[in-house]
Write a protein of this length. Structure first.
Length: 311
């Protein structure tokens, strides 16, 4: 057997340790169960608000062996109950065992036992799942970052990024995210309008209960930005309180947009792509003043010298 195809022992050990850590958390506070071959469910019982999240094992593992699924902070900060579905790979949460898991929770009245239920997911796959499975809880609230509405060709003929998932079945009742959120009390869809495919999916979420939030310059990984400085926690809190509006989102992200190096570098790149030197120079000056990052100093020197845009 080719050694290149064998799992790395250290990776397997780290994965086993993480799974054991999750079992301990689940045994102490709720449960940690395997759902089919490719998904895990972590439940922590606390307050009358339930946060349901969708995450990827690879992303969580990159946070370290003690890493926790997205949104877990709400358990300690907000004393919310917590249910996280973690996918082991690019499953798109399309799995009969997962459908049966949610159907059982519905039949048992699990979601009805909470005053508020919030579904959250970040990125095309997890954002899609948060919106699609939200139909399981009547009048749930949804926060989805850059979600895919579906990968069915007739629903999203413009989608060309996820060829390996095109054969997955999105015809199940947890398959069309835009239709599922019709039962939500509010669905907050956050996306970067400069990412054209993300914007095309976001445009398909319609209805009086849908709030589309344009995060211009946020890029493809909005979660990485919003997790900084507690911004994601503020977004979830505002959603739970029924106060999530474009104005509130702008207020939450204002400091990030003014001081975050990654955001400002992306803003500088976009300004350079538009041509001219005045706007890129203004962005570079503000970026240097806010962060002290040498990237902006180099860009200023190049622009002031009349050279090509910075790399």
């Amino acid at each position: 057997m080719n050694d290149m195809n064998m799992p790395r022992p250290d990776a397997n050990a780290a994965r086993s340790e993480w799974l054991q850590h999750m079992r301990q958390v689940g045994e102490m506070h709720g449960f940690f169960d395997r759902v089919g071959r490719h998904h895990h469910a972590l439940y922590v019982q606390e307050g009358d608000t339930l946060l349901v999240t969708f995450d990827e094992l690879g992303r969580v593992m990159r946070e370290g062996q003690q890493g926790l699924p997205v949104g877990f902070d709400a358990v300690s900060k907000r004393e919310w109950s917590y249910l996280s579905l973690v996918a082991d790979g690019a499953t798109w949460f399309r799995d009969d065992a997962l459908y049966r898991f949610f159907d059982r929770l519905i039949d048992e009245g699990f979601f009805d036992s909470f005053e508020k239920v919030i579904f959250f997911g970040a990125g095309p796959m997890c954002g899609h799942a948060a919106a699609a499975y939200s139909v399981a809880a009547e009048a749930a609230q949804v926060v989805a970052l850059s979600p895919v509405v579906s990968l069915k060709p007739e629903t999203a003929p413009f989608e060309i990024r996820f060829r390996n998932a095109w054969r997955k079945d999105f015809s199940h009742h947890f398959g069309d995210a835009a239709k599922s959120v019709a039962t939500a009390s509010q669905a907050v869809i956050v996306y970067d309008p400069c990412e054209l495919l993300d914007a095309a999916h976001a445009a398909q979420f319609r209805g009086r209960n849908v709030t589309r939030l344009r995060f211009r310059g946020g890029g493809r990984n909005l979660l990485r930005l919003l997790e900084k400085g507690g911004n994601l926690d503020r977004v979830l809190k505002a959603t739970a309180n029924g106060r999530m509006t474009p104005l509130r989102f702008s207020q939450i992200t204002r400091q990030l947009r003014q001081t975050d190096p990654d955001y400002l570098k992306r803003l500088l790149l976009r300004a350079e792509e538009r041509g001219g030197t005045m706007l890129p120079l203004i962005v570079a000056q503000r970026g240097l003043a806010a962060t002290g990052d040498a990237h902006f100093a180099r860009a200023m020197m190049t622009l002031e010298a009349g050279g090509p845009p910075s790399a």
